[in-house]
Ligand binder design. Structure first.
Ligand code: SAH
Length: 395
């Protein structure tokens, strides 16, 4: 029997949990035991007192993130079980131990049954980001589980939760190593090399989720002039170069990202003059440039972090894609993305459709893209399908 503080739901509010949805919203709760602290493990019961689940409690609209629908302790065995299952999946999809791809996502939050936890694996270094206080409080146990499961494959664990723990929680995490230490290292993705800055870089250091979409772009690059907007460390640009693009322009507002992009060009294509990088605002660059391209990538940061700002986000996507359509040559190809969880596939497609109509371009959809298999979607949690992409043929 477990002895966690109790959360009781209102009558009829247990349905989503019975369908294994991993979140409980504040409106569903009738009462909670006294003295609970942010991040505590709690047991959830329905209005009749029947056990439903165990999870982490937090302040905000999502009050409980569920870890187990079984009445069980959340102990070291639990972490070993869950992370082993995540590893097994990465082996099944041939990413774990793959020489051409030494970076992959090892744990993808709800997609791996661990809401609030992201772990990316960079050739032996596990970079952990906790998005809830509950997960953060378990970081030592998670590290121990990783050591037990990965053995000598694990060189270090770096905690990068400084920017991801909710601001209102009152704890102040500092980024740092929880185990071992590694110096700079080179990520290999489909055989291309990237400097990864997991200490200071964005998210866990590299946007692993575009791996398969970058490969598709390589396929369409031959002989084309390419504009890679929001390039970060140059991901799409090097696939375009390897695919035989005649010219590649990479744009990002971060000067640091552009300097790493330039380093990455030298790593992969030393002295290659086809590539130029610009540290500039995307909208400004597109306003000021009259150049037209055969292939354009638009991969902006999440414009909507939550539902409240959805309208503004959609306006942002419309404006950006309108500019994209204006800058693409007839017969060109546009890769356009949204990584906002709050923007649905339908909303995104409709927005791009309006932008195409406003720009007066005839457009056909060639591919509808999403996140790769190491970012699995829990079938009971459709919100986990966050990355949406369209590949368009523009007349
Ligand atoms: N396509 C990249 C990931 C993009 S992440 C890859 O494949 O790795 C989004 C990027 O947009 C970040 O690097 C961020 O610095 C940049 N960015 C954010 N706002 C911007 C703006 N207004 N103009 C240009 N770049 C911007």
């Amino acid at each position: 029997m477990i002895n966690y503080p109790k959360v009781h739901l209102k009558k009829g509010k247990e349905h989503s949990i019975k369908r294994f949805h991993p979140w409980i919203f504040s409106g569903a709760v009738s009462r909670v035991d006294e003295g609970m602290q942010e991040g505590d493990l709690v047991a959830v019961y329905d209005a009749q007192g029947v056990f439903l689940a165990v999870g982490h409690i937090s302040i905000g609209s999502i009050v409980v993130r569920i870890l187990s629908f079984e009445e069980r302790e959340i102990d070291l065995d639990f972490w070993i079980e869950k992370i082993s299952s995540a590893c097994k999946l990465r082996k099944a999809i041939d990413l774990y131990g793959n020489k051409d791809n030494n970076v992959f996502r090892l744990v993808h939050g709800e997609g791996d049954g661990l809401p609030g936890l992201i772990i990316d694996f960079y050739a032996g270094t596990a970079v952990m980001q906790c998005h809830s206080v509950g997960m953060y409080l378990h970081r030592e146990e998670i590290t121990e589980a990783l050591q037990k499961i990965l053995g000598n494959d694990l060189k270090a664990v770096f905690d990068k939760s400084e920017g991801t723990i909710p601001f209102k929680s009152g704890i102040e995490p500092k980024n740092g190593y929880l185990f071992g230490e590694t110096e700079s290292f080179i990520a290999v993705e489909n055989g291309l090399k990237f400097n990864v800055d997991w200490l200071k870089g964005q998210k866990t250091g590299f946007f692993i989720d575009q791996r398969e979409n970058r490969s598709l772009l390589e396929h369409y690059s031959k002989g084309r002039s390419v504009l890679n907007m929001f390039c970060y460390t140059g991901g799409f640009s090097f696939y375009a170069m390897r695919g035989g693009a005649k010219l590649v322009h990479s744009v990002d507002s971060s000067a640091r990202a552009i300097s790493i992009t330039n380093e990455n060009v030298e790593l992969n294509f030393p002295g290659d003059k086809r590539h130029e990088a610009y540290a500039e605002d995307a909208f400004k660059f597109m306003d000021e440039s009259s150049q037209k391209y055969d292939l354009i990538v638009l991969d902006p940061p999440a414009f909507a972090k939550h539902k409240k700002v959805l309208d503004n986000a959609l306006k942002g996507y419309k404006r950006l894609n309108f500019k994209g359509f204006q800058q693409i040559k007839p017969g060109g190809i546009l890769f356009t993305f949204s990584c906002s969880q709050a923007v649905s596939k339908e909303d995104f497609r409709k927005t791009v459709f309006v932008a195409a109509a406003n720009a007066g371009r005839t457009v056909r959809i060639l591919h509808q893209l999403t996140q790769p298999a190491d970012h699995p979607v829990n079938i009971f949690h459709p919100e986990g399908e966050y990355l949406k992409g369209l590949v368009l043929y523009v007349e």
